[in-house]
Write a protein that binds this ligand. Structure first.
Ligand code: NOJ
Length: 596
């Protein structure tokens, strides 16, 4: 659906015969109440950095990152200039899906450390002025969770089985799965258990790996348990939760046929529309109860500032906005932005549509280009068809053009960090890290790879341990050469110490964009679009103070005229503009002065 932006009369009236005057603009989003900027909750404008614990910093040399490693590196985040970090799961887990298979929601896996480490991490981050968001995985547990173990030894129809989705099979002897639903990671979405007496028994639903049984959210025990788990972490001081597959939880009770699916995070047939396992209306009551819990942590007289962020692959954006109604979640990842690829028209459509949809419920928009589930944008944008998003890249696939990919990635980030709202960064994108595209099959760990008969490579390529230094056995990731996935050779040159303080490096670009975004209050701005030539997106972002910044992206293949003029305050690469033109695959920010 296309949403037509309303024309802003105040902006349009600014037309003039002066060639350097602001051209007519179209209002995209009015921004928050300008008077109330001081009281604006942090999460409406925050830049949140995703730390993938197993790949950020390894303190003990076992090849896997850990909480003490993260604590040591927190000052880096402070210096980078982000507001918060989001930690992917650190709970006790057999790690069949890198920790998204939780066996104990109230303890830390020994691989990562201890509860005392978690407390220290939260405290240190807070001392540095950083908020801490943790991952919550409510759709499924690990099959090693005590509840599932109890369900396996209990009888069909028992209260223990009712906490998960167990059903009798079809066919004469129940030998066929109850429905044709597939696992997101490939293969059937149901597995059959052997009953305690040794006979083939019921089937249980797992929308992801066979070791990730789906909870039955119609069972009150499940809802109560998650309120307890959240309380446990809120009492330890976390500032919120990123909610894993927030659009699942409830399944259509009639269990209709749904023969689609298979490829992880391919929204076309999996996560939208009438799918009986996604986006069921009942899920909203859960989030209302969670919001009430978080709000109860508010300080007298102030808005509560603990947040929920939905990972919900839901389209269209109006449907996603239902998760963001005032009594539900605070924010949701904007995956339409990830899906837009390197295409000015698609990006424009997503930007307009995202603001229009979230404005319906008064929620901020978030922006994101990379995470632990998708090929990094420095690699995606280097593919011949950069609108295509593969699920992993291997040696036999087209290899991204590294230079082009990084050039576009820097431009895309320059656009993204200029947009009002909140933004998510994925660890290592500030170094311009590409995906590893040469991982041998035997090191791959993504269940997608294993469940699709090694045909879909999956997400390991974007999860490689961080390079901190050129030297050192694992580029500073840890004290030994062990890394749970091998680091590509190019990671050494891209290490933090190779970019720190180096003018024009990707790291310094991120640092300056984040500093300027804060100084110019872009997150809290109103945004108007300025007409530009094909392939170019041009916006004016006006801060509550009236300070105006032009954000211009040229996603085209040739240099294009700048539709706005002002002092260059940021450029995606040094020298991409002469003040009149902007190069292809580049973005700039211009100072337009203060709105009179
Ligand atoms: C989404 C997470 O981001 C992904 O990494 C995980 O595999 C699935 N949910 C299942 O929990």
């Amino acid at each position: 659906m296309t949403v037509s932006p309303t024309t802003d009369r105040r902006a349009t009236d600014r037309r003039s015969t002066d060639p350097l005057a602001t051209p007519p603009t179209t209002l995209i989003h009015a921004g928050p109440d300008l008077e109330g900027e001081a009281a604006l909750p942090w999460w409406r404008t925050a830049v949140i950095y995703q730390v993938y614990p197993r790949s950020w910093a390894d303190s003990n040399g076992d090849g896997v990152g850990d909480l003490p490693g993260i604590i040591d590196r927190l000052p880096y985040l402070r210096e980078l200039g982000v507001d918060a970090l989001w930690l992917s799961p650190f709970y006790v887990s057999p790690m069949n899906d890198a920790g998204y298979d939780v066996a104990d929601y109230e303890d830390i896996d020994p691989l990562f450390g201890t509860l005392a480490d978690a407390d220290r991490l939260i405290g240190t981050a807070h001392d540095l002025g950083l908020k801490v968001i943790i991952d919550l995985v409510p759709n499924h547990s690990s099959s090693e969770h005590p509840w599932f173990q109890a369900a396996l030894t209990a009888a069909p129809g028992s209260p223990e089985r009712d906490r998960y989705i167990f059903k009798d099979g079809l066919g004469e002897n129940g030998e066929l799965p109850p429905t044709d639903w597939k696992s997101v990671f490939g293969g059937p979405g149901w597995s059959r258990v052997t009953e305690p007496d040794g006979t083939p028994g019921q089937w249980y639903l797992h929308l992801f790996d066979v070791t990730q049984p789906d909870f039955n959210w119609r069972n009150p025990d499940v809802a109560a348990a998650f309120l307890r788990h959240m309380t446990f972490w809120l009492d330890r001081g976390v500032d919120g939760f990123r909610v894993d597959v927030a659009h699942s939880l409830f399944k259509d009770e009639t269990f209709p046929s749904w023969p689609y699916g298979g490829d992880l995070l391919t929204p076309s047939d999996l996560h939208t529309g009438d799918a009986p396992m996604w986006d069921q209306d009942e899920v909203h009551d859960v989030y209302r109860s969670w919001r009430a819990l978080l709000d109860s942590y508010g300080v007298e007289g102030q808005d509560a500032d603990r947040i929920l962020c939905a990972e919900a692959w839901v389209t269209p954006a109006e449907r996603l906005a239902r998760y963001l109604r005032p009594d539900e979640m605070h924010t949701a990842f904007n995956f339409d932005f990830v899906e837009a690829g390197w295409d000015a028209d698609a990006l424009r459509e997503v930007i307009v549509h995202s603001y229009a949809s979230n404005d319906l419920v008064g929620a901020p928009t978030t922006w994101v280009l990379s995470n632990h589930d998708v090929v990094r944008h420095a690699s995606r944008f280097g593919l011949a068809d950069p609108t295509h998003r593969p699920n992993g890249i291997g040696v036999d696939d087209e290899q991204p053009d590294a230079e082009l990919g990084l050039t576009r990635a820097r431009a895309a980030t320059t656009l993204m960090l200029g947009l009002p709202g909140s933004a998510y960064l994925y660890q290592g994108e500030e170094l311009g890290l590409p995906d590893a595209t040469d991982l041998p099959g035997e090191v791959r760990q993504d269940p997608t790879y294993l469940r699709t008969g090694q045909t879909i490579l999956g997400r390991d390529g974007c999860r490689i341990p961080m390079p901190w230094t050129l030297d050192g056995p694992s580029h500073g990731f840890g004290p030994t050469a062990d890394t749970w996935l091998p680091q590509p050779q190019v990671y050494g040159q891209l290490a933090v110490d190779q970019q720190d303080g180096v003018a024009g490096s990707t790291l310094e670009l991120y640092r300056s964009l984040l500093r300027l975004r804060r100084e110019r209050h872009l997150g809290a701005g109103r945004i108007e679009e300025v007409p530009a030539t094909a392939g170019v997106l041009a916006y004016i972002v006006t801060a509550p103070s009236g300070l105006r910044t032009a954000v211009v992206l040229n996603a085209g293949s040739t240099s294009a005229p700048l539709p706005l003029h002002g002092e260059v305050v940021a450029e995606s690469l040094p020298g991409v503009t002469d003040g009149h033109h902007v190069r292809a695959n580049a973005a700039v920010w211009l100072d337009l002065g203060v709105d009179g």
